[in-house]
Design a protein around this ligand. Sequence first.
Ligand SMILES: Cc1cc2nc3c(=O)[nH]c(=O)nc-3n(C[C@H](O)[C@H](O)[C@H](O)COP(=O)(O)OP(=O)(O)OC[C@H]3O[C@@H](n4cnc5c(N)ncnc54)[C@H](O)[C@@H]3O)c2cc1C
Length: 434
Amino acid sequence: MTKADILIIGAGATGLMAAVTLAKAGKMVIVLEARNRCGGRIHTINQGLFFKDTELGAEFIHGDLPVTLSLLKEAGIAFDTASGEMVHYKNGKFNNDEGVEGWDLLMQKLKTIDKDISINEFLDREFGSEAYHDLKNSVRQFAAGYDSADPDRGSTFALRNEWLNDDEDAQYRVKGGYVKIVDYLEDRIKNAGGSIFLNSAVKEIKWKPGYVKVITNDGVVYGAGQLLIALPLGVLQADKDQLGALTFNPQISEQMAAINQMGFGAVIKILLEFDEPFWIDKQTELQAGKNLENMIFLLSDEEIPTWWTQTPDPSPVITGWLGGPPAAAKKDVPDEEVLRQSLQSLSNIFKRNIEDLKAKVVASRIVNWTNDPFTMGSYAYDTVNASAFREILKQPVDNTLFFAGEYLYDGAAMGTVEAALTSGEEVAKKMIPK
Ligand SMILES: Cc1cc2nc3c(=O)[nH]c(=O)nc-3n(C[C@H](O)[C@H](O)[C@H](O)COP(=O)(O)OP(=O)(O)OC[C@H]3O[C@@H](n4cnc5c(N)ncnc54)[C@H](O)[C@@H]3O)c2cc1C
């Protein structure tokens, strides 16, 4: 049995940040990672000819986020502003977003509710009339698309916090990809004497106060005095017979009940590289009434509704995004079919023959994170009363089992790399005796 002071399960942003903090404090740390790479939901690929520094998972820094930006500064990693025009396409044509009827009333009602309820309950209660059909659809699409949330479970309070605190900060992309942060953290762990073992999917955690024994799928056993569980919520919620899922012995019923009541969304990210950025041409200019050279986001009512470009970089890569319940419903749809639906959506929006578009694709990648055994979803969203469940999970179990992850972060940057880094650092500091 290999022994350490502290074992960490999961080498995503959370686990790596925690490992750096603990190793620097002199703890002997071992990180166990199921995949053959670190980073988890951060996964930058660089195929040489195509998809240069392309993000299969996290892509943006959503604002001036302190932990991420200070890490980039410390590591000397550059980042670019990701800005451009938001373009809308609905009912067969490009249009200016003139808003939907009832939006101001929605904001007023959001300000006055005093008890948290689900988004759908709120919409049905306050906006029952048929006149608000479009309004309700817009809210549900936002919750599903941006927060990857199920509106039947998502919290109205969380939606309110998000919308009323929307500070329109700039967004950024890491030069060379988010993987640069992963590489930097990995180096720091190793330089501080910590170890990372890849291809080590943990299956079972046996524990008693002050002692843990962790067993991998291959039967390898590790021991330590404390354990940090830095896994995605989707993996923690999974049925125990699934690859990636793990068991606790003895069980931790209160923590598992909290885990199961929290929200973890679904997402499919679609990457298409064309032989040229075909959306910047005369035909589209005539159709849209403007040149789309500066377009960053394209929001539509197509099957794959959200698209974005690499603007201001003039790249021929366009990224599709499907979040929330529609992505969950496509969990087992084959990649070729999702690719077909993606091209059909682009064909409808840009009025191109689908076969012509297909012929222009030079590289494609469908990333169905909900179907990935070591993620099983996208990122966390707040369900009703989620803060109470977070509080339960933030308390260590007998000073032996600790949880950390983007889902345990309280703040506006929920579900992000910032949330993961912050949670990892905070929990690691709790594990270091004063
Ligand atoms: C498609 C997509 C796009 C996103 N876009 C953005 C964005 O633009 N900006 C942003 O800030 N955030 C974004 N996010 C969210 C962000 O990626 C995550 O919040 C963050 O990376 C989570 O880090 P983590 O360490 O908590 O979890 P993870 O990165 O999931 O790390 C957990 C690790 O645990 C490992 N693991 C799982 N099961 C086991 C097991 N049984 N044994 C051992 N190891 C195991 C996994 O392989 C993984 O490496 C996006 C996420 C997705 C899926």
